[in-house]
Ligand binder design. Structure first.
Ligand SMILES: Cc1ncc(C[n+]2csc(CCOP(=O)(O)OP(=O)(O)O)c2C)c(N)n1
Length: 403
């Protein structure tokens, strides 16, 4: 994008504006400023965009000027604290929000279309001041943010794709060691073990990996709805108690809606297996650290009420743990500690199969009698597509772009 601001210019401008602390949930398009604020010790990662807005409100209430970094897919998560905390209590947080699915939804992935087309209108409906970060207009935009602040109002700075530069090598990942688990190793082993289980996979690289390893009608790839794969899993597992449901989750997604873990524990769903691939970061948006570093998965799983709790961090133990996880009495939590491998990125499922088609063929798989399918490669499912014309696949113009 011409007129791009460097990540350094942007972070310095926010500091000059008075911002002292930053929180949020990462977006690949804000990877540069995120890394710079993080490196300077000014950033607190939040579990969700709503929590980020509330953290920032706390800072503001304690006299510290703050900003939230996020993408507009998280707008839905922050509307509640925006309308019931920031607006009525007049807490003037600055929100820097990237605009996915905008200005042309067809230029982005399908899960961004509805929000991309309505973000500006929603802000207008809520009477929340905002402006787009047009090239060369940062100073003007921050002046408008200052005006809103003087009135005790929050302000949204809307960032188009490519408006802010990246920061080179922000979170470097070392080469994967032979004995360590990685996302590709973990997902490939899981997919090889599946027979007639229903699988729901989380947004980002994990769904891409599952699709790459073994596409099958019984896979429901979620793009977007971050953190809700496990809730979909409860619905599936309780509606089809005769089938095993497997949820493939990331640590960032799991933590975003951690409360669902308690719902799973309370559900007692004996046929639910929840596999969390913990790489310690939001790998899909640039490997920004999550807060899973100090997490005790075994204690967490037991505390939430999962009946069987398993962990694994060594490649040699993987197949055994997966087999136990797929057959043990549920709810089962299997936490896999893996090394990030951001260099291995595959196309999104919707590059070849549209979302309606993914849902239709999954519904057929989920509502039919359990298929007497064999393990990987014997069910003829690779590359399966629904009936021609039911839903066109999205273009893969952004297949390597971070979510
Ligand atoms: C509500 C929401 N916020 C932010 C994003 C952007 N986003 C897409 S994937 C992703 C990272 C997911 O992290 P994790 O679950 O740990 O999986 P990993 O990428 O590490 O495989 C983020 C932040 C999103 N899609 N939705």
């Amino acid at each position: 994008m011409s007129g791009q601001i460097t990540a350094e210019e942007f972070t310095d401008a926010l500091r000059a504006h008075g911002v002292r602390s930053v929180t949020g949930v990462p977006c690949g398009h804000l990877a540069g400023p995120w890394a710079l604020f993080d490196g300077a010790g000014e950033l607190t990662p939040a579990a969700s965009e709503g929590a980020a807005l509330a953290v920032a409100a706390g800072w503001e209430l304690a006299g510290r000027m703050s900003a939230v970094l996020c993408q507009n897919s998280g707008f839905g998560n922050l509307v509640n604290p925006l309308t019931s905390l920031l607006l009525p209590y007049r807490v003037p947080v600055l929100v820097v929000m990237t605009m996915r699915g905008w200005p042309d939804p067809a230029e982005d992935e399908p899960q961004h279309a509805a929000m991309g087309g309505s973000t500006v209108a929603l802000l207008e409906t809520l009477d929340v001041p905002h402006t787009v970060l047009w090239p060369g207009k940062l100073t003007e935009a921050l002046d408008r943010a200052a005006e809103a602040r003087a009135q005790g109002r929050p302000f949204f700075l809307l960032v188009p794709r490519g408006a802010i530069g990246k920061s080179a090598g922000a979170y470097p990942a070392g080469a994967p060691a032979d004995d360590r688990l990685t996302r590709p190793r973990a997902v490939s082993a899981l997919m090889a073990e599946l027979t007639d289980e229903l699988l729901v996979s989380t947004t980002g690289y994990l769904s891409r990996q599952a699709h790459h390893e073994r596409d099958r009608p019984g896979n429901f790839y979620m793009q977007g709805s971050m953190g809700h794969a496990s809730a979909v899993g409860i619905g599936l597992a309780t509606a089809r108690p005769d089938r095993r449901t497997v949820v493939l989750d990331g640590d960032g997604a799991f933590l975003m809606h951690l409360g669902t873990g308690s719902t799973i524990g309370a559900s007692g769903a004996g046929n639910l297996t929840h596999v969390v691939v913990d790489n310690g970061c939001y790998e899909s948006t640039g490997c920004q650290p999550t807060t899973s570093g100090g997490l005790d998965w075994a204690a967490l799983g037991r505390g939430l009420g999962y009946r069987t709790v398993l962990t694994c961090d060594r490649a040699e133990d993987l197949t055994g743990r997966l087999r136990t996880a797929l057959t043990a009495e549920g709810p089962v939590l299997l936490a896999l500690t893996v090394q990030p491998t951001p260099g291995e990125v595959h196309p999104r499922a919707t590059a070849s199969t549209g979302p309606v088609q993914i849902a239709e063929r999954f519904r057929t798989a989920a509502t039919g009698a359990p298929a007497a399918a064999g393990p990987a490669g014997t069910d003829g499912s690779a590359g399966t597509a629904g009936p021609a014309g039911t839903a066109g696949p999205a273009q893969d113009h952004a297949s390597r772009e971070a979510p």
